[in-house]
Structure formats: C-alpha cells, structure tokens
Design a protein around this ligand. Structure first.
Ligand code: NAI
Length: 462
C-alpha cells in the first residue's frame, strides 16, 4: 500500500481536473491526479467533444462530396463511405489527444495515480486500483464530471438503445435512428448519422430545440436542419423504449409507438459522484445531485473543492477548465477569476450554433432594456464565396450603456466567430467598441461588426 502526501490532489483527469492539476504544478505545488480510466481526458476527450467533432467533420466531408460541390462547379461520382476508416481516424485522434494529456501531466511533474479516488475523511483520499494508495493533501479538488441521465421506461442496453458513447461507434449506418432529446448531443450525433445515410427522427419534449439557446437563433437552426432532412417531433414525451429482439420500439405519451433500428438517448447528463465517499466528509449533494460550492469552489468541508460538471452551471469542458484554473489560483495565490457571463456555448452542427451571454428572452424576462442588431450571412462576401450563406449574427447591447449583453450566431464557423464576442464581453466592450474595431475583409467576422453596427441602425452593407 502506497502512502503519500501531496499539496494538491485532483480526483478526475477530464478537462477540469487535468487543467487544474497542471495549473497547480505550474504554481509550484506538489500535485497528484487520480483517474480510473486508462485514457486521460475524461468524457470530453474519450467519448464526447473530440470523437464527436472528428465524426462531424468526416461526415460533413462525405456529405459535401456527394451533395455540396456541384455549386462550385465540381462534379463528383462514385463517392462511397468507408465507415470503418472514418471510425479509425476518430479513434486515432482520441488516442493521440488522451496520450497527449499523459505527456502534459508528466512534463509538469504531476504524479498520476491509476484507480478510483475515494474521499476518506477530511484531507485524505484512498485510491482503489491495481496499486492501492492512501494519499493526503491540504487541497483536494473533486473533478469527477458527469454521466448520462437515464430516462424512466427507456431500457438502455448500450447497443441498440444507447447513449452518446454508443452513438459514436455504430458499426453500420442505421436505416432509422430515433434520437430522444434535441439538445447538443442529439443534434450533433443526429446530424452525423443523417449525413452518413440514416433516416433520423428527433423526439423532443419541449416545443422547441436547444432549450436555453436564444429562440430566434434556435428556430433558424431548426429550419435549416429540417431542410437538411432531420425530422423533428416537438412536444413529445417519450415514456418508454425497448429492443424487442429485432426492432426498437419507442413509446410516446398520447401517440402511437415508433420503431427504429437504433435509439440514441440524449436527454442530458447528471453529476457523477458514485462511490466518491462524500459521506466521509459530510458533503451533502443538492436536489440535482450537484456538489454545492461557494464563489471560490469551496465545498462545505474545509480543504475540499469541486469544479466542472459536478457543480452548478453549464456542463461544458471549457467551463470546467476555467473553474479548475480559478480554483487553484485562488487557494494558491488569493486571486482567481471566472466570468460566467462570458462562457461561450457551441453546437457543432452544420451550420454551427454559437452563443455567449444572455438571450433575448432572458433579457426580456429580467426587464433589462436592450437594443438589438442582426446581420445575415447572406449579405457577406466571404459567406457567398464559401457557398454558406445560411444564418445570422445577433448582438444584444444594453439600451443605456451599450455594453454587450449577448451575442448569438447561427452560421458557418459560428464556433470560431464567437471567440471575438467572448473576448469583447470579458473586457466589458460596448457594441460601439465591436463596431469600431477593424475586421479583415473579406471574412465571416465582418458579420459581427455589421451586427454591432446594427445595434444603432448603422449597418453599412445591407
Ligand atoms: P441537453 O440537456 O442539452 O438536451 C436534452 C434534451 O432532451 C432537452 O431538449 C430536453 O428537453 C429533452 N428531453 C428531456 N427529457 C425528454 C423526454 N422524456 N422526451 C423527449 N425529450 C426529452 O442534453 P444533451 O444533449 O444530452 O447533452 C448533455 C450535456 O452535454 C449538456 O450539458 C450539453 O451542453 C453537453 N454537451 C455539449 C456539447 C457542446 O458544447 N457542443 C456537445 C454535447 C454535449
């Protein structure tokens, strides 16, 4: 049995945990990171953001080669799919990146423990694994992430009726895929399999897709996805699903059952704290299973902190990373910063949906006076050249101070474009600031400038 003491122990090596560990090591602290999976990087790198982006990119190429090049005067024929090769490329990217995280921990002299970390009273963590250990530290960071939320009545068999993990690795293209939930996962993986040839039906409980996203942007996205061929059934409560040996049967409240050859359950994720030993340090979880923290990520037990998907806020890799850094910097230096108003959110469909700050509905509900500027990609020269003219940029600014309160984009490369808006908001920019900054021509980013000009009715190119 290994017995060791460190300055900092991080439980979990996802984007929150491994980044926190590296930052702690950079600050000169003797740091350990415990991870139960052989591959580092958490859900994001292993079975989330990275493999899904690899498949989104590949499937987009396939779809473009079949349907999207004629407009450029490029004729293609005989385009065919090698699904195994596509999956292999995805797996290679995942392997490279997860190994890369191992390299980063090593380079920063973070001690890695392979096993399941379990709190064992204040200041102590037991590692259950091939090489059991009992560790102690002044600072312990819980970064154990999240897991898929189950849906009552839906019998997930992790094969025909599966989660995003299975949805990233089907060995054949389903004839009909039913996706339950029109959130980020449902739309991204639904898009992948639709492009690869599946008929895709998305069942959503609410009367809209992408809950929480600015409604004007979400409805523009929905129209576009429908045009692509995704079928949405909104206001549908799924009450059950099972695989009867040959077909998946999905039950809907007040409707006939639907059948499909595969079902993807994407109705959200929940904090993962199973077997973590929270009871040994008297940490109580809230009604949604999250670990309550204060403004500096401190739990109710002194010396124990929590970040990322196990705490409140959006379940996003970059939010977890920022929290990891802010948490460590705060206990190590007394200063740590995170601005929850400027955390971008991207859905990597085609076109992409990207938002930062508050939606128009949120501003209305909060009674905040605002002005709005919009600009369509249709009017942008670069978008025309790309033959990707769908969508718009929307800038919302305070009616009196002109401070930017939200930026919402549906359109080509929206996920990259939103970075400018996040930086602007981080620095408290006004729409006037954004509008006066010089933007290279011809680029898609000019749409942001034009939308910002639009806040005061001064759009030039429309
Ligand atoms: P989500 O919470 O984004 O969406 C789930 C959807 O399922 C909601 O629209 C909800 O109304 C619907 N739903 C719930 N119960 C239902 C029922 N019984 N019948 C029909 N519909 C039902 O969850 P999702 O897409 O599973 O993603 C999980 C987490 O991972 C989210 O926090 C998401 O932000 C994150 N994520 C982020 C990505 C990104 O940033 N690009 C990509 C993938 C996931």
């Amino acid at each position: 049995m290994i017995e060791r003491s460190h300055d900092v122990i991080v439980i979990g090596a996802g984007p929150g945990g491994y980044v926190a560990a590296i930052r702690a090591a950079q600050l000169g602290l003797d740091t350990a990171c415990i991870e139960k999976e052989a591959a580092l990087g958490g859900t994001c790198l292993r079975v989330g953001c990275i493999p899904s982006k690899a498949l989104l990119e590949s499937s987009e190429r396939y779809d473009e080669a079949r349907n999207g090049l004629e407009i450029h005067g490029v004729k293609t024929s005989g385009v065919s799919l090698d699904l195994a090769a596509m999956m292999k490329r995805k797996d290679t990217i995942v392997r490279q990146l997860t190994q890369g995280v191992g390299g980063l921990l090593k380079k920063n002299k973070v001690t890695r423990y392979v096993g399941t970390g379990r709190l064992d009273g204040p200041g102590r963590v037991a590692v259950d694994g091939d090489a059991p250990a009992v560790l102690s530290a002044k600072h312990i960071i819980i970064a154990t992430g999240s897991t898929v939320s189950p849906l009552p009545g839906v019998e997930v068999d992790f094969d025909r009726i599966g989660t995003s993990t299975e949805g990233l690795a089907y060995d054949t293209v389903p004839e009909h895929l039913i996706v339950i939930g029109a959130g980020a996962i449902g739309l991204e993986l639904g898009s992948v399999w639709h492009r690869l040839g599946a008929r895709v039906t998305v069942l959503e409980y609410l009367d809209r897709i992408l809950p929480g996203t600015d409604a004007e942007i979400a409805s523009a996205a929905k129209r576009s996805f429908e045009k692509q061929g995704l079928v949405f059934q909104l206001g549908v409560k799924v009450t059950g699903a099972r695989f009867d040996g040959s077909t998946c049967v999905v039950e809907r409240e007040g409707g006939e059952p639907l059948t499909a050859d595969r079902v993807l359950v994407a109705v959200g994720r929940k904090p993962y704290t199973d077997g973590l030993g929270l009871e040994t340090v008297a940490i109580e979880r809230d009604a949604r299973g999250r670990i309550p923290i204060d403004g500096h990520f401190r739990t109710s037990c002194a010396g124990i902190y929590a970040i990322g998907d196990v705490v409140a806020g959006p379940m996003l890799a970059h939010k977890a990373e920022e929290e990891g850094v802010a948490c460590v910097e705060h206990f190590a230096t007394g200063h740590g910063h995170i601005n929850y108003e400027a955390i971008p959110n991207v859905v990597y469909t085609h076109p992409e949906v990207a938002t930062v700050g508050r939606s128009e509905e949120e501003l209305v509900a909060a009674g905040v006076p605002f002005r709005k500027g919009t600009y369509p990609f249709m009017a942008n020269g670069r978008a025309k050249a790309l033959a990707q003219t769908e969508g718009l940029v929307k800038v919302l600014a305070h009616a009196q101070t002109d401070r930017i309160l939200g930026v919402h984009i549906f359109g080509p490369r929206a996920g990259d474009l939103i970075a400018e808006a996040a930086v602007a908001m981080e620095y408290g920019a006004s729409s006037e600031d954004l509008a006066r900054a010089c933007h290279a021509h011809p680029t898609l980013s000019e749409c942001l400038k034009e939308a910002a000009l639009g806040v005061h009715g001064r759009t030039i190119n429309l």
